[in-house]
Design a binder for this molecule. Structure first.
Ligand SMILES: [Zn+2]
Length: 332
């Protein structure tokens, strides 16, 4: 039992060190070999008492027994299980520990515009192009979709085309995941201290049933979710703002273009008729996005910032449910 525990904590340690070892909870050969009872919560059914020299475990209706702790307990005790193995009794505790939230001083905030041309454009002028695989995949997927549409319902050839399409989808999803991981990781480690992005809602998602755009929407979503997760883990905020008119607003004088002067998709430069400012349209939009975080009073407020991750609690016990390769996927 102790050995199993030692193994468990060794695996947890290895995992922290970046090893791929699975941090599975100690497993037992067969339930029959052990008798166990679990107290699901610390509702007074048990308590630990110590006088400095020895530690006692008090269990209601059973009494007090001496405890030989194998390791220092951290956090608040949540459950206790008593197990019997090879004639000995063991008490196993699971604890809950709040993760200390590091907070980074917001000295280098950046706004991010999600564009159709570039994948993202940032308020400091940095652009990240749409990955080539996306463009290629869009074409291939469109091709298979057309084929499916042409083929007769229920036909073998149609089914075949469908399964081809599915494979292409899987491929592009994997690639897109990979890209989002790398990009978000890079951004979080580039010296920025907070990120303001546009709220992706039904209204400002690209309203087009074209497949290329649904791929685009999905990959933006993935990217923003990953960025939020990584940034917040690093103590940075991700603020989501309403991005309405950020393309039509002058980032210098805040004039918003009237209907007849509005930029179309083809216009790559914002020209302001009021103050004369001229700037790349996406950079202009990303500066506006950053600015909205400030003007809406959202900076410094998690309440409106709509963090993707709620207040975190790490339940140590849940370590056993994390597959080694799937941490922080947040259902992306
Ligand atoms: Zn202007």
């Amino acid at each position: 039992m102790l050995k199993a525990y030692e193994n468990f904590f060794r695996r947890v340690k290895e995992k922290k060190a970046g090893n791929k070892a699975k941090a599975g909870f100690p497993r037992f050969k067969s339930i029959d070999q052990y008798r166990s009872i679990t107290y699901p919560q610390d509702n007074g059914a048990f308590s630990i008492e110590g006088d400095g020299r020895k530690t006692m475990l008090r269990v209601s209706r059973i009494g007090r027994v001496r405890l030989e702790p194998h390791r220092q307990m951290e956090g608040k005790i949540k459950t206790m299980t008593i197990k019997r193995a090879a004639g000995k009794y063991y008490a196993i505790f699971t604890t809950v520990k709040g993760i200390e939230q590091r907070k980074i001083k917001d000295i280098n905030p950046v706004g991010i515009d999600l564009g159709l041309d570039s994948f993202i454009t940032m308020s400091d002028g940095t652009k990240v192009e749409k990955p080539k695989f996306v463009k290629r995949a869009e074409k291939r997927i469109a091709k298979w979709q057309r084929r499916i549409a042409r083929r007769h319902k229920g036909s073998k050839r149609r089914e075949k085309a469908k399964s081809k399409l599915q494979k292409k989808w899987e491929y592009v999803t994997n690639q897109s995941n990979d890209f989002a991981h790398k990009l978000s990781h890079e951004l979080v480690n580039s010296g920025y201290t907070s990120f303001t992005v546009e709220k992706l809602g039904v209204n400002n998602m690209v309203k087009n049933r074209r497949l290329a755009q649904s791929i685009q929407n999905a990959s933006w979503n993935r990217f923003i979710n990953m960025l939020s997760y990584k940034a917040e883990s690093a103590g940075m905020k991700v603020i989501r703002v309403d991005a309405r008119d950020t393309t039509q607003e002058c980032s210098s004088c805040h004039y918003i273009k009237k209907w007849e002067e509005r930029l179309t998709l083809e216009d790559r430069t914002y020209h302001c008729n009021v103050c004369g400012m001229a700037m790349d349209r996406d950079v202009n939009a990303s500066i506006n996005i950053l600015h909205r975080a400030t003007t809406l009073g959202q900076r410094g407020s998690h309440a409106q910032g709509e963090s993707v991750r709620p207040q975190r609690e790490a339940v140590l016990e849940e370590l056993r449910t994390y597959p080694a390769n799937n941490r922080g996927s947040l259902g992306l």
